[in-house]
Design a protein around this ligand. Structure first.
Ligand code: GLA
Length: 392
């Protein structure tokens, strides 16, 4: 896609900004989630794939404890002291990067200052996990630069994902679960990653080679505002916690699909009933989606995506007019399956489409957006990509 020259260009930008060579360049991908939304913090299942859009970081250690950081997308250089960093110390986009260094120190690792140049190629605020991509690229750079133990192999990368989640929750102030960071660090090419957040379960890699079926995964970024630290995402999390409290359970994962009606009757409000119904049925849909993928059953997949979208629109109430329009238009224009993806309240939707129909379906969605006076959407097919890596 965007070319192998990005790491070279980022190293060049580092030289221009800080004089001298960076020690290396690292990258980490954004993600789309095939299914399983707002399930991660409910100890549920989800099924993300990494996308080819990445955040690149050129880095070099410093002798002091300062972090100098600049982004090729945001004007201005910042200098932040590692010693001044406290939990809850929000510093805009840079908090996602510096927060990772803070979280590594909190976990007992020896970290020093660092010079960083960031080139974020995951569209910002698109619901495609630009923040997790930044965290994971910085985390991988820190592991190499400071020769940190315990973060190699799949096990190590799972631990590193935990560090990145802590940075996002405690420093950046976004109360997210762990799906995005796990996807960015553990995904594999042409596979979807089945994540189970109920305890220490190893992820499973599920073949997801749409091209072999003449199909493509179309990302539909509505470009409608999406943010995970403005309270709405946190509200959903609190509502789920309130339901868990009323039910006297450890988590919503403890509600078996067969016992859903019983659990719903025990809840005090219709709102909590709808939230719980979404989470419990969504976790079940992840299991069914994996079975459908293994069986190449795209008709079943179509139904599962449709139910998932309806559940997010009506029960969890995280969709938007733009997301609904993208999904409905893609389906009427010939997509096999479509749903919104990620945290919601704006952001992106996905569709599985015949590869020969990518252009027509994209035009149909763009036309529908224009007819409704929405911002022009960003539409692009993606192939499931590999995880965060050292580039040079
Ligand atoms: C965001 C969060 C994830 C997850 C999704 C919804 O992407 O970062 O942890 O909760 O929303 O599935």
């Amino acid at each position: 896609m965007e070319g192998r020259n990005i790491p070279v260009a980022v190293a060049g930008a580092f030289r221009d900004a800080f004089a001298g060579e960076p020690s290396g360049v690292w990258s980490a991908p954004g993600r789309v989630n095939l299914i399983g939304e707002h399930t991660d913090y409910n100890r549920g299942l989800c099924l993300p794939v990494a996308i080819p859009h990445r955040t690149y970081v050129a880095a070099r250690p410093r002798k002091d404890r300062r972090v100098r950081i600049l982004s090729l997308q945001v004007p201005g250089e910042r200098t932040i002291s590692l010693d001044g960093l406290l939990s809850g110390n929000r510093g805009g986009w840079a908090a996602y990067a510096v927060g990772v260094l803070w979280a590594l120190e909190q976990a007992g690792h020896r970290i020093g200052g660092v010079d960083l140049v960031v080139d974020g190629r995951v569209p910002l605020g698109s619901g495609l996990s630009s923040s997790a991509a930044l965290e994971c690229a910085v985390a991988l750079a820190a592991v190499d630069l400071f020769r940190l133990d315990g973060f190699h192999g799949d096990e190590g990368r799972r631990a590193l994902a935990g560090v990145c989640v802590r940075a996002e929750n405690d420093v950046a102030g976004a109360p997210t679960g762990g799906m995005d960071q796990s996807a960015s660090l553990l995904a594999r090419r042409d596979t979807a990653l089945l994540l189970d957040f109920d305890g220490d379960v190893a992820p499973r890699h599920v073949s997801f080679d749409l091209a072999a079926h003449g199909l493509s995964l179309l990302v539909m970024n509505t470009r409608a505002v999406h943010s995970l630290d403005d309270g709405q995402y946190g509200n959903r999390r609190e509502e789920c916690a309130a339901a868990v409290g009323e039910l006297g359970l450890g988590s919503l994962r403890d509600v078996a699909p067969a016992d859903l009606d019983l659990a719903l009757r025990r809840l005090s409000s219709d709102l909590l009933r709808r939230r719980v119904r979404h989470v419990v049925t969504e976790v079940d849909r992840v299991t069914r989606t994996v079975a459908a993928l293994v069986a190449d059953d795209f008709a079943a997949l179509s139904e599962l995506f449709a139910h998932s979208h309806a559940s997010m629109r009506d029960d969890f109430e995280i969709s938007s007019a733009e997301l609904d329009t993208a999904v409905e238009t893609a389906i009427s224009a010939g997509a096999l399956a479509a749903r919104m993806t990620g945290g919601g309240f704006g952001g992106s939707a996905i569709a599985i489409v015949p590869s020969s129909g990518v252009d027509d379906i994209s035009s149909a969605v763009a036309n529908a957006f224009s007819a409704k006076g929405f911002r022009e959407p960003e539409l692009f097919p993606v192939r499931a990509d590999g995880p965060a890596r050292r580039e040079r």
